[in-house]
Design a binder for this molecule. Structure first.
Ligand SMILES: [Zn+2]
Length: 326
């Protein structure tokens, strides 16, 4: 049976349109995620991996009687006004993505891995005990997708090396022992000692307008601003509502996400922006099926969505999402 023939969630059932499996940086396989959805009463579920379309989850979910779609969380960049460009995450949904989406996502993943290699080389050059191949091998065993390694993994790996504190001290005057301190000192463009920041590395994340053309135009899908409450925390609700949102909508984005951890202020802002621009409201737990992420204030268990989303609202919003898909 095709997923389209399955009913949309009823009054008491849950829906979750944003979570991650081992295909990106989550801790559960697609099959385990389906089991967890069944256990938690999630009747409509979409896996949204980072920069790769999960094509195993939809088949497994449908077999388990769960309504689903193809989904992906795209790393992109978008103009936000005043000539500024913001890197952000966009969750995308379609019955079936056009194949043009895959090479764009692959480019992002290759860009990320290449940048990580250069970072390793730069860090090794100043004396840190790191080698790209060894670094990747360290994480390969965990079944982790290597294109999802971040500065945090780099820092976590390095602070565990016995010589790191001494080398950090010789460069920065501080014997670093915590990953966050390592990132702050060495891995950010604005760091005081940016020794792990490759210079002039080209942009590899696609422009939002390009993704919108593929997802909304080509695939008749929905492209949603993921967790605006986190992405635009620094800019704030007012700047988001009076300027940023309009810029995003102009790129062709047609949805906005209500994250379960949105404050009352952000919740109202998201709902107002949704209404003003006629956007589709998407929602999800951003579950990673990892003990250290569930309940950390940013991620929830699968099926745990915003309190605003009562059974009736879930029914209404999922119906609206499906109606928006061509
Ligand atoms: Zn996510």
């Amino acid at each position: 049976m095709r997923s389209e023939n399955l009913p949309i969630p009823g009054r008491t059932e849950k829906a979750d349109l944003h979570f991650h499996t081992t295909l990106s940086d989550g801790g559960a396989t697609s099959a385990e995620a389906v089991e967890e959805c069944v256990r938690n009463g999630v009747a409509f579920a979409v896996a949204t991996e980072h920069d790769v379309v999960n094509r195993e989850f939809p088949a497994l979910a449908t077999k388990a009687g769960i309504r689903t779609l193809e989904g992906v969380e795209v790393s992109a960049r978008a103009p936000v006004g005043d000539g500024k460009v913001k890197h952000l995450h966009l969750t995308a949904y379609a019955h079936l993505f056009v194949p043009q989406i895959d090479p764009v996502l692959t480019e992002t993943r290759i860009g990320r891995v290449t940048k990580m290699r250069l970072q390793c080389e730069d860090l090794a050059r100043v004396g840190f005990d790191i080698d790209h191949a060894r670094f990747l091998a360290h994480f390969e065993n965990g079944g982790f997708d290597l294109a999802n390694l971040t500065n945090f993994h780099l820092a976590e790996y390095l602070v565990s090396r016995p010589t790191t504190a001494k080398i950090a001290k010789s460069i920065a005057g501080v014997a670093v022992t915590k990953p966050h301190d390592f990132i702050g000192l060495f891995l950010k463009r604005e760091s005081p000692f940016p020794v792990g920041v490759p210079k002039n590395f080209p942009e590899y994340e696609p422009e939002a307008v390009k993704i919108a053309r593929i997802v909304v135009g080509g695939s008749h899908g929905v492209l949603s601003v993921a967790h605006p409450n986190f992405t635009f925390a620094k800019e704030g609700t007012e700047a988001f509502e009076n300027g940023i949102a309009e810029n995003l909508v102009e790129t062709g984005i047609n949805g906005i996400e209500l994250n379960p951890h949105a404050t009352p202020e952000w919740t109202e802002t998201v709902l107002r922006v949704k209404k003003r621009f006629g956007l589709v409201l998407t929602f999800g737990s951003d579950c990673h099926f990892l003990k250290n992420k569930t309940g950390d204030g940013r991620h929830s268990a699968v099926g745990e969505t915003h309190a605003y989303l009562t059974g009736e609202k879930i029914r209404e919003k999922t119906a609206r999402l499906l109606a928006a898909l061509g």
